[in-house]
Design a protein around this ligand. Structure first.
Ligand code: SAH
Length: 484
């Protein structure tokens, strides 16, 4: 039984530019053979038991000979595995994908190709440069520049490239920039021709240098432009002046560390990224569901849900939404209300401020005999105490607990180097500090009063407190602070 090889493009670096098909195939693969210039997030889609093998060879760092990659591909295929051969950008654009496909064809191994977003188009696009433009660029050429100044680009007809009627896009070639510029000028391109060099295109820290053929080598050296970079030659480079958009986003260049549990961090991270922030996830906390037995809900006339996790885990325990029929449902705040609505329950009571005291107030005139509070094991007792003081019979169902998780390699440093450090719960403050995370350096953003108090208990004053006390409120707090 022979396996199958998918030659898959991973895009230029921004994980959002992975294709849907690439993600699907990575998730199914038994083996992923990957290069250096792929977004690390791509590998997070792989099955936990998948074999992930680094076979990169470009640039500094470990080099895996191409013959070894071929041998690995054939070996895994003959063992009947599903293999994803993951390459930066597009697999058939300067990626040696063609070579690998030929080896597979000769060996009779089935393969398929999944194109990717190529750096030569994506890096300019993120820099605000369209590679073609009506009137000024009706053609575009992709050219390899080679990184080794000792190896001349033998295959290239420089006079023809100089005469090419359109945009020239050079892959590689940061170290041979001077020679590229010289040869184009020698071939007849004007020294004043605009050039853009885009370093780390679509990745955090992308930089763009706009120069001319005459001075690009010198300026790139001054600015210490490093690989990976795309060099684009042509009048379209000037459009960046008008079309630069990346740097215009409100959180561009800000690094935000999110200490939330990984499973919950993604919506928050997406909100921040869409505003241009670079997000590092540094969770020191994990949600562990508990095997609590729930009494039949019909004995209650009030069910209070005090977190989105509580909402999800409560609904998981029910047969369906009808189990809550006729019962008043209270959510502690808008985030929890949203989690309930997503599961088909419109809560009757939602205070504006997502804190227990506000919920107590909002419930003041609601007639209650027996209440269930669905929450975390470690929740505060403000709500049950206040209800009991009113003579309500209260059961507390601890549906989950937050447990500490050790900070991953490099997370401590990443958090310390961030501009903002976000805390979405008091327990995340506690566990982050316990795990050795520093509460000084970045500006501290807290989701609400309980989290702020916990920061103070650790000797740190929050710089910003979110209002409303929700993940959206947190994003908004960072935005307001960055603008101030
Ligand atoms: N198959 C890839 C190209 C591989 S060659 C693709 O289609 O994009 C490697 C070269 O691609 C690098 O030397 C650099 O010139 C370019 N490159 C890859 N990723 C890049 C990035 N994020 N920003 C700028 N250039 C990049």
């Amino acid at each position: 039984m022979t396996g199958i090889v998918h030659l898959v493009g991973a895009g230029p670096g921004d994980p959002g530019l992975l294709t849907v098909r690439a993600v699907e195939l990575i998730a199914e693969a038994d083996v992923v053979l990957y290069d250096r210039l792929i977004p690390p997030e791509a590998l997070a889609h792989a099955r936990p038991d998948a074999e992930l093998v680094y076979v990169g060879k470009e640039g500094e760092g470990p080099q895996v000979p191409q013959a070894d990659t071929h041998a690995l591909l054939l070996g895994h295929a003959r063992a009947g595995r599903r293999i994803v051969r993951l390459k930066g950008g597009d697999p058939f654009v300067f990626g040696r994908g063609g070579e690998e496909a030929l080896v597979l064809r000769q060996a009779g191994v089935p393969f398929e190709v999944v194109p990717g977003v190529t750096a030569g188009v994506a890096a300019p696009a993120y820099a605000g440069i369209p590679v073609t433009h009506r009137d000024t660029a009706s053609a575009v050429a992709f050219v390899t520049g080679h990184e080794d100044p000792a190896k001349p680009e033998t295959g290239l007809d420089w006079p023809a490239l100089a005469r090419f009627p359109g945009t020239l896009v050079f892959y590689m070639g940061v170290r041979t920039l001077a020679r590229i510029a010289e040869r184009l000028v020698a071939g007849g391109r004007a020294e004043s021709e605009p050039v853009a060099v885009v370093e780390r295109g679509t990745l955090p820290g992308q930089r763009t240098l706009i120069a001319t053929l005459g001075d690009v080598a010198e300026r790139a050296a001054q600015e210490q432009i490093r690989a990976p970079a795309i060099t684009l030659v042509g009048p379209v480079a000037r459009l960046r002046e008008q079309l630069a958009w990346l740097e215009a986003r409100p959180l561009h260049g800000r690094i935000v560390a999110v200490t939330r549990a990984r499973a919950q961090a993604s919506a928050l991270a997406a909100g921040l990224r869409s505003l241009g922030a670079t997000v590092v996830e540094t969770p020191a906390i994990r949600i562990r569901p508990l095997e609590t037995t729930l009494p039949p809900l019909r004995v209650y006339d009030l069910v209070c849900v005090t977190s989105p996790n509580g909402a999800e885990l409560l609904m998981d325990r029910l047969r369906d939404a009808r189990d809550l029929a006729g019962i008043t449902v209270a959510a502690i705040g808008p985030g929890t209300a949203r989690a309930l609505k997503e599961r088909g329950i419109e809560p009757d009571v939602v205070p504006e401020r997502a804190i227990a005291e506000s919920l107590v107030e909002a419930l003041e005139h609601v007639p209650v005999k027996r209440a269930l509070i669905a929450r975390a094991a470690e929740g505060r007792d403000v709500l049950p105490d206040a209800l009991r003081a009113r003579g309500v019979e209260v059961d507390v169902a601890a549906l989950y607990e937050s447990v500490p998780e050790p900070l991953a390699d490099g997370a401590r440093e990443a958090a310390a180097g961030a501009d903002y450090l976000l805390f979405a719960s008091a327990s995340s403050v506690r566990f982050f500090a316990q795990a050795g995370g520093a509460l000084e350096g970045p500006r501290l953003v807290s989701i609400g009063p309980a989290t702020s108090d916990e920061l103070r208990a650790h000797g740190a004053e929050p710089d910003v407190e979110a209002a409303p006390h929700t993940p959206d409120g947190l994003v908004d707090a960072v935005l307001r602070d960055a603008r101030a």
